[in-house]
Design a protein around this ligand. Structure first.
Ligand SMILES: *[C@@H]1O[C@H](CO)[C@@H](O)[C@H](O)[C@H]1NC(C)=O
Ligand SMILES: *[C@@H]1O[C@H](CO)[C@@H](O)[C@H](O)[C@H]1NC(C)=O
Ligand SMILES: *[C@@H]1O[C@H](CO)[C@@H](O)[C@H](O)[C@H]1NC(C)=O
Ligand SMILES: *[C@@H]1O[C@H](CO)[C@@H](O)[C@H](O)[C@H]1NC(C)=O
Ligand SMILES: *[C@@H]1O[C@H](CO)[C@@H](O)[C@H](O)[C@H]1NC(C)=O
Length: 264
């Protein structure tokens, strides 16, 4: 078992500038998907002895050419490949940051390689919704809103027929839409693109059908109220007629009573 490279010593050497050689001058940008895994690949351009992996000033692992690995703190989310590259599993946003590999060569020279890890949500079809508001005048005018669950996404609206990007934000206003005219909203991040298509004309037709249905319902309701009013009128009328008849009969009886009283 090889002794892991002393992180403190390494830092001191690093700070003193003696070993500030870069194996690769530029940072390597790496995109990872949440729940997925990434490989921080080391370039093998010289014989390697061991590699110390740091996040900031914290050492997270030492890897060796045979795939052997030493991890100072327990975590089962790290593994190593036979060339000493580091794999990080079950990624989360918290894993984002700059990783540095201090690569010790066989001749004891050390060079460093930086990786910048960015973690994004692996978008799915259910993360994208299209809301709309329709205004029907003589023309079919529709406003579409592409709503996505997740941050760091870029949105684009494409007119399919014209194969042309028509908006690069959430909203799309379509004036005088024609039958068959289709638009696609694409939400994307470096991990994945998801899309949803919509035909504004169909939305107008639906809205028209709904309006028509509503109008019919209103007519039905008015008709129903009219019939009920008629029925109530008839009932009141009948009641009144009945009362009039009863009163007439009662009057006749008192009349005959009066007459009977008068006879003696
Ligand atoms: C490093 O990055 C700079 C600009 O950021 C670029 O001009 C250069 O080509 C890059 N070098 C390599 C080796 O990728
Ligand atoms: C994202 O998820 C899909 C399945 O939903 C999967 O096929 C794909 O490999 C995933 N992408 C990444 C980078 O993990
Ligand atoms: C889109 O519609 C859903 C459901 O109808 C609603 O919950 C949401 O707030 C709407 N979003 C926007 C931005 O209009
Ligand atoms: C949005 O995504 C989160 C996970 O990142 C999930 O918990 C939540 O249910 C999603 N919301 C909707 C409306 O899909
Ligand atoms: C998403 O789409 C854009 C534009 O078509 C493309 O450049 C990019 O590579 C795609 N990204 C993924 C992760 O597929």
């Amino acid at each position: 078992m090889k002794v892991p490279f002393s992180s403190l010593l390494l830092l001191l050497l690093q700070e003193s500038g003696i070993y500030s050689i870069c194996c690769e001058h530029n940072k390597t940008l790496i995109f990872g998907a949440e729940e997925g895994n990434v490989l921080l690949q080391v370039e093998r351009r010289f014989p390697i002895r061991d590699i110390s992996w740091f996040v900031g000033e914290k050492m997270i692992a030492s890897t060796y050419l045979n795939g052997e690995m030493h991890i100072p703190t327990f975590t089962n989310r790290l593994s190593s490949t036979t060339d000493g590259s580091l794999r990080i599993h079950s990624l989360g946003k918290k894993d984002q940051g700059v990783y540095t590999a201090y690569i010790r060569q066989m001749d004891k020279e050390i060079c460093s390689q930086k990786y910048e890890l960015q973690v994004y949500r692996n978008l799915s079809q259910t993360d994208i919704h299209i809301n709309h508001s329709v205004s029907i005048k003589e023309t079919c005018d529709v406003t579409l809103f592409c709503v996505v669950n997740g941050t760091d996404v870029t949105l684009t609206w494409l007119n399919v027929g014209m194969d042309q990007t028509v908006s690069v934000n959430r909203d799309l206003h379509v004036y005088d839409a024609h039958q068959g005219e289709t638009y696609i909203c694409t939400a994307g991040n470096p991990i994945r693109n998801v899309s949803k298509a919509l035909t504004p004309w169909d939305l107008c037709e639906q809205a028209k059908a709904l309006n028509h249905c509503r109008l019919q319902n209103i007519i039905k309701l008015v008709l129903l109220i009219w019939i009920m009013l008629q029925a109530i009128c008839l009932l009141i009328h009948q009641r009144a007629a009945q009362r009039r008849r009863q009163r007439a009969r009662g009057l006749a009886r008192t009349h005959s009573g009066h007459n009977w009283m008068k006879i003696p």
